[in-house]
Ligand binder design. Structure first.
Ligand SMILES: *Cc1c(COP(=O)(O)O)cnc(C)c1O
Length: 379
């Protein structure tokens, strides 16, 4: 099946009891057992819920994976992967991670005796010097947030396979429409489903997808044991959101490209971060591993101090000043004070996240209105 068909149908059959075409919201915490232990595959809803099962199958299909697990947030999904580790283990990861991931690694899991190396992954060869007998996990995000650096997923897989390291990719920014890390050698794909997959800014959810039976078994054990599982209503909303993922992504990419090219020529803009530009340092890798370049764009304002940046960020009429991304509506975000406030200034500025940087999540509104809005705030 092709992507658009899977987005609409994968994991979903007419409901066996009524024939309902849409997967029902199975709003139940527990299930009837005919005799102790004899049930229809569902015993207690932390472990399994039919609405969630349909969604997990659909997400697995979209990532060309065998197993899917949905979590109550993206961080819940990342937390489950980190719980595969033991004290003394080491993790190699990028130096411009999503702020919440950085915070979890440094403020939670570092206290459990796990060591993290935050390095520049734009050249995968940088990984090798950090590998030792304790290295257990490579955690990659691409494109990165907010400077849209691209990590070569396949080149990293060659290294993790050689050294037998678990390899997880946060695929939130690309979505499975643009890139499928499992096909490129990753062991686990993580999503903040909150973003493009849900797509309507009305759900917080995370997911993990893998082809590896053993990893799935361990992750499913953590999922049920630790309990960061989403409810049936949220699962339903995401199933509904997914039905237009391919249509939305196409529009995000078209609007994103138009806006990126417009901003690149704008006299008030110093720099535009977007992997579709031929002069992006890893454009060739982006072209190889992504089907298009998406609607996430970061801009550096020319000669703007914090006040001027705030003034611009607050003047939009169509773009909404808010955290998050990937919804149908366009958002503008000031990473330094919003999404990336938990990253120390020094670390942040090393990654190019300066006071005058704004991140745009280009939505699927009419491009003329988005352009008009940008023209107005930058005039
Ligand atoms: C939002 C986000 C997360 C965290 O997901 P939540 O659903 O907010 O918990 C992780 N990684 C990336 C890249 C994100 O954008």
């Amino acid at each position: 099946m092709k992507f658009g068909t899977k987005a609409i149908h994968a994991g979903q059959e007419p409901d066996p009891t009524t024939g309902a075409v849409m997967t029902p919201i199975y709003q139940t915490s527990t299930y009837w057992q005919e005799s102790p232990g004899k049930h229809k595959g569902y015993a207690y809803a932390r472990g399994k819920n039919p609405t969630r099962s349909a969604l997990e199958k659909c997400l697995a299909a979209l990532e060309n994976g065998k197993h899917g697990l949905c979590f109550s947030s993206g961080m819940g999904a990342t937390d489950a992967v980190a719980k595969l580790l033991r004290p003394g283990d080491e993790v190699i990861t990028g130096n411009d991670l999503y702020g919440g991931t950085y915070r979890m690694f440094t403020k939670v899991f570092a206290h459990y005796g796990i060591k993290f190396h935050f390095i520049d992954l734009s050249d995968p060869a940088n990984i090798v010097p950090y590998i030792n007998e304790h290295t257990k996990l490579l955690w990659v995000e691409t494109p990165t947030n907010p400077t849209m650096q691209i990590v070569d997923i396949e080149a990293c897989a060659k290294i993790t396979k050689q050294y037998k390291i678990i390899y997880a990719v946060d695929n939130t920014f690309a979505s499975p429409y643009l890139q499928n890390p499992l096909d490129l050698g990753a062991d686990i794909v993580m999503h903040s489903v909150t973003k493009y997959l849900g797509g309507h800014s009305d759900v917080i959810m995370g997911a993990l997808i893998t082809n590896n039976d053993d990893l799935h078994e361990q992750l499913a054990f953590i999922h049920n044991s630790c309990g960061a599982t989403p409810g049936p209503m949220d699962s339903f909303l995401v199933l509904r959101g997914l039905k237009t993922l391919h249509l939305r992504m196409k529009a995000h990419c078209e609007n994103g490209a138009a806006i990126a090219h417009y901003l690149k020529k704008h006299p008030k803009i110093e720099k535009v971060y977007w992997p579709g530009f031929t002069d992006h340092p890893n454009h060739e890798v982006a072209k190889k591993q992504m089907r298009d370049f998406g609607g996430m764009i970061s801009i550096v304002l020319k000669d703007a101090d914090l006040d001027e940046t705030f003034r611009i960020a607050s003047s939009f009429k169509v773009f909404t000043l808010a955290e998050s991304l990937g919804g149908v509506e366009s958002l503008v975000n000031h990473p330094v004070t919003m999404t990336h406030a938990s990253i120390p200034k020094e670390q942040r500025e090393k990654a190019g996240v300066t006071d005058n940087l704004l991140r745009l999540s280009v939505g699927v509104e009419d491009i003329d209105d988005l352009m008009e809005d940008l023209k107005m705030v930058l005039s």
